[in-house]
Write a protein that binds this ligand. Structure first.
Ligand SMILES: *Cc1c(COP(=O)(O)O)cnc(C)c1O
Length: 323
């Protein structure tokens, strides 16, 4: 598969000395916060394949969508910028579950953080009020059609870069690990990180657990669809729905809304290891790892996949006082 070189790979992978001591099991971390492109994050890996595909079709404009603090749009904006392609994104102003009510986030969450970087990179942002994701996908499609009407060659990328090609980058990433882990814990949202790792380790002794950032059980179907896509793209493996381990327990109160447990995990990692997590994905996932480890549910050595997201720290108001 064709690939554009964007990231500095392999990313570091090292033991968390103090966390391991605290939990009584060996815990390592995969530093995809240090992918070395546009302030890091897991999306750089997906973009190496997606951008190669966009170049192949001669794309002049790339259209995508996401939340206002999307880490994907930031990394996509940088990738398109260096390749001379225009980035257009439909963004949802304040993502939260419709039935949850107004989330406890500072006004700033729709300014600053990733949005500052998007603007710096020249991303054309179109803001839409909070609604179902399906409605946002329709807005993105309308933008794509508008550019096509103007005669431009448009390349469409689904939310989070989650196509089978995006997931493939994580089948590749799995080969970077320096040793065998019994358990891998990763945040999971649009699903291609989780799908790629699940595919890569299926049939081995390594168990992959995805900790959801969104409290909707249906997202397991997105992960399954991506795995089916991978089976068509590379080679079939007998992977069933029951082989996907996705936990939603740490995703509350809603997608894009920090939680007390998640923020506590961000604080703990910062003060214990000097490593910054983010409140929307990695903080909640690490909170899950801590709880599962304390309940004796994790076999070591454990690997935590740090998927990045640090710029969002500069936009979100924590739900607890950093004290
Ligand atoms: C996008 C993202 C995730 C989720 O990865 P998916 O492949 O979309 O499931 C996790 N963490 C961070 C920081 C992200 O930006």
């Amino acid at each position: 598969m064709k690939r554009v070189n964007l990231c500095v790979l392999p990313t570091p992978c090292h033991k968390l000395e103090r966390v391991s001591e605290d939990l009584g099991i060996e815990v390592w971390i995969k530093r995809d916060d240090l992918t070395g492109f546009a302030l890091g994050g897991n999306k750089g890996r997906k973009l190496e394949y997606l951008m190669a595909d966009a170049l192949k079709m001669g794309a002049e404009v790339v259209v995508t969508c996401g939340s206002a603090q999307s880490n994907f749009i930031r990394q996509l904006g940088a990738a398109c910028s260096v390749l001379g392609i225009k980035t257009v994104a439909a963004v949802m102003e304040l993502p939260y579950a419709a039935d949850y009510g107004k989330p406890n986030v500072k006004e700033g969450s729709i300014n600053g953080g990733n949005l500052t970087l998007d603007q710096m990179l020249g991303v054309e942002l179109h803001y839409f009020p909070n609604d179902d994701w399906e409605v946002l996908y329709e807005h993105a499609e309308k933008l794509a059609l508008q550019y096509e009407f103007e005669g431009k060659t448009v390349y469409r990328i689904p939310i989070g870069g989650s196509s089978p090609m995006g997931a493939y980058s994580f089948v590749q990433a799995a080969q970077e690990l320096p040793k065998t882990f019994r358990t891998i814990v990763t945040p999971s949202s649009s699903g291609s990180t989780h799908a790629g790792l699940t595919y890569a380790f299926h049939g081995t002794e390594t168990r992959v657990i995805g900790i959801a950032s969104d409290p909707e059980v249906e997202i397991i179907e997105d992960v399954m669809k991506l795995i089916v896509g991978l089976q068509e793209l590379i080679q079939p493996k007998q992977i069933l729905m029951k082989d996907i381990d996705l936990r939603i327990d740490w995703s509350y109160p809603a997608y894009g809304v920090p939680s007390e447990k998640g923020d506590e995990a961000v604080l703990y990692m910062a003060r214990r290891e000097g490593i910054m997590l983010d409140p929307i994905y990695t903080g909640k996932a690490f909170a899950g790892l801590l709880d599962l480890a304390k309940n004796g549910e994790l076999n070591g050595p454990v690997l935590f996949w740090h998927t990045g997201g640090v710029p969002a720290l500069f936009a979100y108001q924590p739900t607890i006082s950093w004290g």
